[in-house]
Structure formats: structure tokens, C-alpha cells
Design a protein. Structure first.
Length: 285
């Protein structure tokens, strides 16, 4: 593995940043996770665009343009000779003194890691997974907009711990009003009467790239989709449910808080979308 840090490549064991980097000290930075299919970064332009929007929202000046960043990602994939895998693209505020004020951070740190990822065993894509509702609530949007994909993931980490303690792989986060937002690392969809429903971003969900890919894919599969408000009742009474994410792709959910979803198996709409997504990634990058 060769890791890109600020224009240079390092072996995995030598890839290091300063302990005074504000990304480490304060979670001050943004990131993207990008899948590699057949040697190409999937939806790279969309990921780069969101990365720069996240950086702009937190007043973080990226030290290179979007085209230059795209080229750096392409080169990192080529150097690592990765045909199928995962890219973690990180921009931190950079090295600075102790203290929250980032004004003395001289230069942002840009990191590109190319590796492998498999969040869930393959068997779960056939039978689905069980999830629970986390007691930890999503951080309010007026505190930190969830559309900023920042390094501040403790909210998600705590919900993930709750899921594991409950014997599940994932947890659903609610906002402070009790509306469904997303899971710890994935967006969530339900199907009711053949219609695809997912929380609108302003309820506290990340505007996921895979999420939008599925929404755009739905019409070609004969499915109507709607971004709306969802509650736990909507999840419990859904005909089908699934999660979407860069790492997870499309993962069926067959039980929520001990309640079977539908007949307890991945439903026909979910299966159509999985088939459509797999076709898409096999022919388009």
C-alpha cells in the first residue's frame, strides 16, 4: 500500500501526520469514501464536488483545485494497482498549536488511502440484517449540518456501539424531534405500496452519493421515489427496508427493533434495485 500525503507517497508503515494536526486534535476536517470498480473510482466527480462543498461550509481552503484532486485520486489508484477496492480521501485543517482556533494552521493536510473494504459478509446481502434504533440522537442540523461530511463522527460511533451491544450490525439514528435520519454509516430507505421513501436531508441525513444513485436508478426499475419525513412507525410497518452507502452498496434490512419487515426476507423492490445497481457499476464509472 502506498499512501498519498501532501503530494508524496509513503509505505503504509511510514505514512504519518503530526500529532498536532487539527484533524486529530479536534476532528477538524472533511472526508469522502469512494468505491473502486474495475480500476476506476465510482462517481468520482460527485464525491469530489461534495468534498469541496463540505470544506467550503467549514471555511477550509483546499490547497488544490477539483480537477487536480481528481487526477491525484486517479494516480493513487493506479500506483496501488487496485481493481476493486475503496478510497478514503481526507483533508484536515493541518498542523497547528494546541487550542481550538485554526488560524495558525499553516497548511491543510491532504491524504489519499487506497485499500479494501467489506462492511458486511456476503451472506447478509441475501438474507438481510437486523438493526436497532439508537438511544443516541443525531446531532441537530442547526449545530452541524449533516451534509458536511466531517471528521466529527463520534455521534455515529456511539450509535454503532449501541448496535453491537444489541447484537446487531447497524443502528438507526433519530433526530431530536424523533424523525428518522440515517444509520451510522448508511442512508435508509423503506418501500410502502411499491413506492420508495427515504428521509429528506434536512431531517438530518447525509445526502449520500449511493443514496442519490438509487433515487436516480428507481425510475428505470419502474419505481417511484420520494424524499420525506419518516418515523419509527413507518419503519416498523414498511413492506421492505434497505440501507445504501459507498461501502455497503445496497443492504437489505429485514428486522428493526425486533420487528420483522415484510416477510422477513429482502423484498422484490429491493432485489430489483440491487440488480439495477450491480448492472450500473458493471458498465458505468
Amino acid at each position: 500500500m502506498k499512501v498519498y500525503i501532501n503530494g508524496k507517497y509513503y509505505d503504509r508503515g511510514e505514512a504519518m501526520i503530526s500529532v498536532f494536526d487539527h484533524g486529530l486534535l479536534y476532528g477538524d476536517g472533511v472526508f469522502e469514501g469512494i468505491r473502486i470498480y474495475k480500476g476506476k473510482a465510482f462517481k468520482l466527480k460527485e464525491h469530489i464536488k461534495r468534498l469541496y462543498q463540505s470544506a467550503k461550509a467549514i471555511l477550509l481552503d483546499v490547497p488544490m483545485g477539483q480537477k487536480e484532486m481528481e487526477k491525484a485520486v486517479f494516480e493513487a489508484v493506479r500506483i496501488n494497482a487496485k481493481n476493486d477496492g475503496y478510497i478514503r480521501l481526507i483533508i484536515t485543517r493541518g498542523e497547528g498549536p494546541l487550542g481550538v482556533d485554526p488560524a495558525q494552521c499553516a497548511k491543510p493536510t491532504v491524504i489519499i488511502i487506497v485499500g479494501d473494504i467489506q462492511l458486511y459478509p456476503q451472506e447478509y446481502y441475501e438474507k438481510g440484517i437486523a438493526v436497532v434504533t439508537a438511544a443516541s440522537r443525531r446531532m441537530p442540523s442547526d449545530s452541524l449540518d449533516p451534509r458536511v461530511k466531517s471528521l466529527n463522527y463520534l455521534n455515529n460511533v456511539m450509535a454503532k456501539i449501541e448496535a453491537k451491544q444489541a447484537g446487531c450490525l447497524e443502528a438507526v439514528l433519530l433526530n431530536h424531534e424523533g424523525y428518522v435520519t440515517e444509520c451510522t454509516a448508511d442512508n435508509i430507505f423503506i418501500v410502502r405500496d411499491g413506492t420508495l421513501l427515504t428521509p429528506a436531508p434536512h431531517y438530518g441525513a447525509l445526502d449520500g452519493i449511493t443514496r442519490m444513485t438509487v433515487i436516480n436508478l428507481a425510475p428505470s426499475c419502474g419505481i417511484t421515489s420520494l424524499e420525506t419525513a419518516l418515523t419509527r412507525y413507518d419503519l416498523y410497518t414498511a413492506d421492505e427496508c434497505f440501507m445504501t452507502g459507498t461501502g455497503a452498496e445496497i443492504m437489505p434490512v429485514t428486522m428493526i427493533d425486533g420487528r420483522l419487515i415484510g416477510n422477513g426476507k429482502p423484498g422484490p423492490v429491493t432485489r430489483r434495485l440491487i440488480a439495477g445497481f450491480r448492472k450500473l457499476i458493471s458498465v458505468r464509472q
